[in-house]
Design a protein around this ligand. Sequence first.
Ligand code: MTE
Ligand code: HPA
Ligand code: MOS
Length: 769
Amino acid sequence: MKNIDSGNHTKGQSVYLDDIPLVAGTLFGAVFSSPIAHGHIEQLYLSEAAQEPGIVRIFTHQDITGENQIGGIIPDEPLLAEHEVDFCGMPIAFVVATSDEAARAAVKKIKVDIKPLPVITDPRVAHAQDQLIVPARTFRLGDTTRAWEQCEYVFEGTTDTNGQEHLYIETQCAYAIPQENGELKIYSSTQSPTAGQRTAARVLGVPMHQLEVDVIRLGGGFGGKEDQANAWVALCALAAHHLRRPVKYVLHRLEDMAMTGKRHPYSSDFKIGLDKDLKIIAYEADFYQNAGAAADLSPAIMERTLFHTTSTYFIPNVRATAFSCRTHLPPNTAFRGFGGPQAKFVMEAAIATAAEKLGVEACVIQKKNLNQTGDEFPFGQKAVSEARACWHKAEELYDVAKLRQEVEAFNTANILYKKGLALMPVCFGISFTNTSMNQARALVHVYYDGSVRVSTGAVEMGQGVNTKMLQVAAQTLSVSPAKVRVQTTSTNRIANTSPSAASATADLNGKAVQLACQAIVQRLKEVAAQVLQASEAAIELRDEQVLLNGQETDLDWKKLVTAAFLKRVSLSEHSHYATPDVYFDKTTEKGHPFAYHVYGTAITTVTVDCLRGTYQVDAVRVVHDFGLSMNPAVDRGQIEGGIVQGIGWMTLEELLYDTAGRLRSNTLSTYKIPDIYSVPKEIAIEPLQTEQDNLAIFRSKAVGEPPFMYGIGTYFALRNAIKAFNPTSPIAFDAPMTPEKVLLGLYPQAATGTQQVHEQQNLRHVAAS
Ligand code: MTE
Ligand code: HPA
Ligand code: MOS
């Protein structure tokens, strides 16, 4: 089945928040934010701005009628700065005017005196100064201290992975419209309608039932709107609450890039030990997460990093410690993979280090250590593994031995171009790591003409979840997809939603839809049994027909629905689903946090231009564990998008904050994202269809995040190509592998000079103001 949005998307007829027709009297907001990363606010000058034409009112923290707090996990983030600013781009005032232009013109007239305080941008510096968001956590399996003695080889190293701008095409936005009795209807581009509702209720000091958050669809979220859509909801709600007029704020791209957090940069240390057969016996890792100035989702992301410490491998002795470090950057947040990719990079760097030192191909070590069903993860859960199945299928299908020969032959024949090859296995846990979030609800109405309306807590952000919800309803009710419509995601229809995140949206909400439809089918069967004077067991609903003992009857779907209505039988159902058997005990750091894991293997080949340092990705060939895909077209789209986004993170996208905590890569001319020219020349996706029962909806495994991590293979393929040109090149594990870094890797002697300049400028690291 096609994505149900594809027609409207293609014709430009899909409605996003900024397309909603304006209510008469709508006002426009704009934020004045901190120009510096850390300091005491001494004086705020608003009067000049307030006199600008069209200005209705300027809101500061003093106007907050409830609590000036938007921190979800930890209450450490004011909506509007009071006495201190903690990051460059922190909102200080909210200007509301009769036009968008007027609001932004007034923002430029606001002045502020801030007494600067020391700025930290490096997580290791924050750690050294005890600036932790939450206490450090450690996951353990076996005993690494004793295991080092059994190791034939032990290697250590350090890695860095940079952050990543979400760059959803639709920027952050909200639109609050007053209703009667002090209520507000708030449109938001959020992955978490309930978080927006809860945050606004807290800031306004009103009960949640006074606020409705309604989400049509998102022009992309990628995690960036899981928590960070809340501020704009709260600001528009605050202004609308005071003024009793509609208030809308759509961030400009530069505002969005400067004010919102991104993927967490990590700096990490590893130690890996192998026996003489290249089995990994022991592994230790220390993760320094750059959380930014407030907790946001950082503790949960840090936890998912720990859950993915060993990536797709079984290692009997593990010790992994993670530190969430408070710096003066915008609070970093969820981004596809949610801390998992950062952990996987470190593991692959450790294997690459061992391989290089031992003079073997990394894939020899990778393959030997892939996990198998029954292997224990460091957090206690036992793997139900497809790791080896994916790897072996990829090796055979894409003939890795031949690919390797081709790469070697090419490299022998060419001096100025080198190819590199890398394999990247993926194993990603599905479920919110916070067990209580693994619940969802659905509301299904069958109207008496037989048409169907479905509401869930799922937010459509391009990943195709609405198409899947429609499929679940149509299939469970056995009606044509044309009979079913999926509604917007509204907190009035579905309460207490978990965010659409963790790749679990289709599973959680789809199961709820299935339960609701099953309940309705059950009632309809009872009605059919009465009408046909037969036993209920003999009745079946199939393709909008009522079958009796497998034979067609006069009763069809529409007649049956009408009959049920006349008999006063409910044609609506509100259902609740909670993932069974997931739990986690933080005191022991053990449990069974994931419903299941998704597996896969990617084979990446690249070609490096050794004169220029530029490169192209020749091919990414994947065997992916779909379970039993319920929508191969949608799922392939997720894999292609994930791969390209992962490659962007690993190669082009270079987030740059200066030592004063200011974002320098704040435009699309200075922040390079993948375009059509940088995507792989070939992407091959082969499903590993498994019949195995799992907790996925229709056994169709979650697909949103896992493919992102295939992109890590590109980093290691580039590294291998550089080594083919210059085998002794000391290349730091410092992602992204930009063309500049490739060039310095090819010619390290040239790098020494450049290195010194870099160190003087000290662009990425540290410093007091
Ligand atoms: N695909 C598109 N087109 N747009 C998005 O914003 N978000 C990703 C992924 N794929 C995203 C996307 C992220 S971060 C997650 S967690 C999942 O989709 C969320 O949707 P799902 O749970 O339905 O997979
Ligand atoms: N994944 C994604 N988003 C989340 C999670 C998670 O595990 N926990 C809280 N938000
Ligand atoms: Mo995705 S990072 O869980 O929104």
